[in-house]
Design a binder for this molecule. Structure first.
Ligand code: NAD
Length: 349
């Protein structure tokens, strides 16, 4: 993470979250986080490259393709992973692509990474819709946030048969009762230029609602907060009409709001389960890099999907056994149980 206010305490908390997410997804990883307190937006491209290479040199003794494998977080991206991989490979004297993940496809990355988190959120939504209602076909969905996670979630929900009726960004909501044409998202990949919300209004006949928070009160089956944290709170939870909330973002529901939703019988699928597609993709890229053998895009997608389907089933079954638990309780306990069993088997406890 490259962020001007990041602290060691943040880093420790984020490392703990990674441990839980990796354990829950069944990956052969522990969890860690690394950060530099800097505002990357204030650096020139040259300075950013120097910082990235310097950081890779500094942590080189601590990382390795079977030791610790960093991936991007806030303020970092595929280009930064490319510089770091190059720097580490120079130190080793040979190409070592498995030491960083989420690299550009030209440097042994995988094209699925771009949409992996959104695809994972969409697959999670389909799996939960099947359990709650038999299928996702025709179920109405609202997605908050049209960044990397939100846009690809909306796109894949459309592909999987759901009806996305509303999407939002910081400037407002695009709403269309019959469903938005989410296939347009793939044709408008550029993050600059008109926003996707504007595009749905101008090209797809959607209604524009100026208040971005209107997304919460739209009458839909599924609400997917995929923007930022703490957006469903005690003061607005009463507006939510959806029966299923799938957390695309990290921490979008406050504990107070979750308790209220739980009381009303609304199912909240927790972030560590729903948005794990990115880290699962990191694992797949790492496996490819270690074996120097690469799957095509469709094969990669199938593998990612299979892992997500299995994760949802695992947490759902654990949750069903303990009816007074939330799904988040079931996810955290499932993750901790795997760690506990491994530690016990090793004789550590
Ligand atoms: P992003 O910066 O690409 O997109 C954020 C989007 O949220 C933008 O469209 C922005 O306009 C919108 N937004 C911000 N405030 C809003 C508001 N008040 N109302 C409506 N929209 C608002 O970020 P991202 O990478 O898509 O990440 C989104 C969330 O998902 C974050 O919580 C992140 O931690 C989490 N996450 C991301 C990934 C990943 O692979 N990118 C993986 C796991 C979790």
């Amino acid at each position: 993470r490259f962020h001007p206010e990041v602290t060691l305490a943040d880093d420790i908390a984020l490392a703990m979250l990674m441990t839980l997410k990796n354990s829950l997804a069944g990956l052969p990883y522990g969890g860690a986080k690394g950060a530099v307190r800097v505002d990357p937006k204030k650096l020139s491209a040259r300075e950013l490259e120097e910082l990235s290479r310097g950081y890779a040199r500094a942590i080189a003794p601590l990382i390795g393709d079977v030791v610790d494998i960093p991936a991007p977080d806030v303020g970092t991206n595929a280009q930064i992973m490319a510089w770091m991989t190059d720097e580490y490979s120079k130190i080793k004297g040979h190409n070592t692509p498995g030491v960083f993940t989420s690299k550009p496809p030209e440097l042994w990355g995988n094209p699925v990474r771009e949409y992996a988190t959104g695809l994972g959120v969409a697959v999670t939504t389909r799996e939960m819709a099947k359990r709650l209602w038999g299928e996702i076909e025709g179920k109405t969905v609202a997605v908050q946030g049209m960044g990397n996670v939100g846009r690809w979630t909306a796109y894949w929900i459309g592909k999987l048969g759901g009806r996305v009726v509303a999407v939002s960004d910081i400037n407002g909501v695009a709403y269309k009762k019959d469903g938005l044409d989410t296939s347009l998202i793939a044709e408008n990949k550029s993050l600059s230029g008109p926003s996707l919300v504007e595009m749905f209004v101008s090209k797809n006949g959607a209604e524009y609602i100026k208040n971005p928070d209107a997304i919460f009160s739209i009458d839909v089956d599924v609400l997917i907060p995929a923007a930022i944290e703490n957006v469903i709170r005690g003061d607005n939870v009463g507006l939510v009409k959806a029966r299923l909330v799938v957390e695309g973002a990290n921490g979008p529901t406050t504990p107070e709001a979750e308790r209220e939703l739980y009381k009303r019988g609304v199912v909240v699928v927790p972030d560590i389960l729903a948005n794990a597609g990115g880290v699962v993709m990191s694992y797949l890229e790492w496996v490819e890099n270690l074996q120097w053998y690469f799957w095509d895009e469709e094969e990669t997608r199938k593998r990612l999907e299979a892992i997500m389907v299995n994760n949802v089933a695992k947490v759902y079954h654990r949750w069903q056994k303990e009816k007074e638990w939330t799904m988040r309780d079931a996810a955290i306990v499932t993750a901790l149980e795997r760690i506990y069993k491994a530690m016990k088997t090793r004789g550590w406890i």
